[in-house]
Write a protein that binds this ligand. Structure first.
Ligand SMILES: Cc1cc2nc3c(=O)[nH]c(=O)nc-3n(C[C@H](O)[C@H](O)[C@H](O)COP(=O)(O)OP(=O)(O)OC[C@H]3O[C@@H](n4cnc5c(N)ncnc54)[C@H](O)[C@@H]3O)c2cc1C
Length: 306
């Protein structure tokens, strides 16, 4: 991760900055570029529009690092509702969630019990739950929980692996061995140099691990907006006769929308990670930090109009 990204995430983490942004009336309109709405109904309406274009979604209720059992229980109810509502609206019931929203900071057993409640519903509606990957402090614990639920729920649950972490090559091998569904991402969190590599090296490692997953993995999700990497994936698939229905591309809501449509129109499976809800601040700041131009744009909006 480069320094400017780390710096943006560091500034965004300051309580004073967060307060100014969250209480600013203009912030909401800036946030709407990356967030599909406040409610599940709004997110499902967006999903139905995508469906007309042949694009699928994974719905993400925003929220992380909850510090009460009650808040975690509320998240379980909301996710169960979203899965059922999606099935009723004839949208594929596919959600992404963070274990810290299910109470992992209060204990792994609580998070796993909550995850299982959601997975019971997912199995009921023939849906899918992707466990997002958070900062490296959580990696091993997240994988431990994932291993256990994967044994029980099989293809109703999948995991995310971040190529920036030095450990991830081994994790990819393990997930291929257990035939688990993996979403491969570069990694969005500010990490110490002791566990994570720089961005150039990361791009190369992403390519290597992506090829392994395309060759031997279980319907891998290649989640990136890096068009050079996407072109490489397409090229690799063609040279190795890997059919387009054996993997999918994933991008974030509001990022490279034209490319999402273009890839779909060329016959590639495209899924858009579609977040909704009111707890948007941490998600939004990670999106801003991914592209320095985004940070300049936001800063300008504030300076111009204040
Ligand atoms: C579907 C999906 C799910 C994800 N889940 C996780 C997760 O569980 N855990 C995790 O750590 N990370 C997750 N990420 C984020 C990921 O780790 C990266 O931080 C993010 O995708 C940016 O990296 P990139 O691969 O797009 O490549 P980059 O090299 O960062 O970007 C390539 C190009 O894409 C464009 N771009 C990228 N990001 C933005 C942006 N925010 N705004 C505008 N343009 C942009 C720019 O043109 C940039 O030059 C997810 C990403 C996706 C697409």
């Amino acid at each position: 991760m480069n320094l400017s990204r780390k710096a943006i995430l560091g500034v965004a983490d300051l309580p004073r900055v967060r307060k100014v942004f969250e209480t600013n009336s203009r912030a909401r309109s800036l946030v709407s570029r990356f967030v599909a709405g406040d409610t599940a109904e709004e997110a499902i309406a967006v999903a139905m529009k995508f469906k007309e274009q042949g694009i699928t979604v994974t719905l993400d209720l925003l929220g992380e690092n909850v510090n009460s059992e009650a808040a975690a229980a509320e998240a379980v109810i909301s996710y169960a509702d979203v899965l059922r509502q999606a099935r009723a609206a004839e949208i594929e019931p596919n959600v992404s969630l963070k274990l810290t929203m299910l109470g992992m900071d209060l204990g792994d057993e609580l998070a796993m019990a909550n995850l299982k409640r959601i997975l019971d519903v997912a199995r009921d509606v023939d849906g899918f739950v992707r466990v997002d990957m958070e900062g490296s402090d959580y990696t091993e614990r997240t994988l431990d929980i994932f291993r256990q639920v994967h044994d029980e729920y099989g293809d109703h649950v999948g995991i995310v692996l971040q190529t920036m972490l030095y450990r991830t090559g081994q994790d990819v091998v393990e997930m291929i061995d257990r035939n688990a569904r993996v979403r491969l991402v570069k990694g969005a969190y500010a990490e110490p140099d002791s566990v994570a590599m720089g961005s150039k090296e990361n791009d190369e490692v992403f390519r290597q691990l992506m090829r392994m997953l395309m060759q031997k993995g279980n319907y891998p999700a290649i989640a990136t907006h890096d068009m050079a990497i996407i072109d490489d994936a397409i090229d690799y698939a063609r040279k190795n006769t890997i059919a387009p229905d054996r993997y999918e591309f994933q991008m974030l809501y509001g990022v490279r929308t034209a490319d999402q449509e273009r890839l779909r129109s060329k016959g590639y499976n495209m899924r858009v990670y579609t977040p909704f809800g009111k707890d948007w601040y941490p998600y939004y700041t990670r999106r801003i930090a991914e592209r320095p131009a985004n940070a300049l744009f936001v800063a300008r909006q504030f300076l111009d109009r204040s």
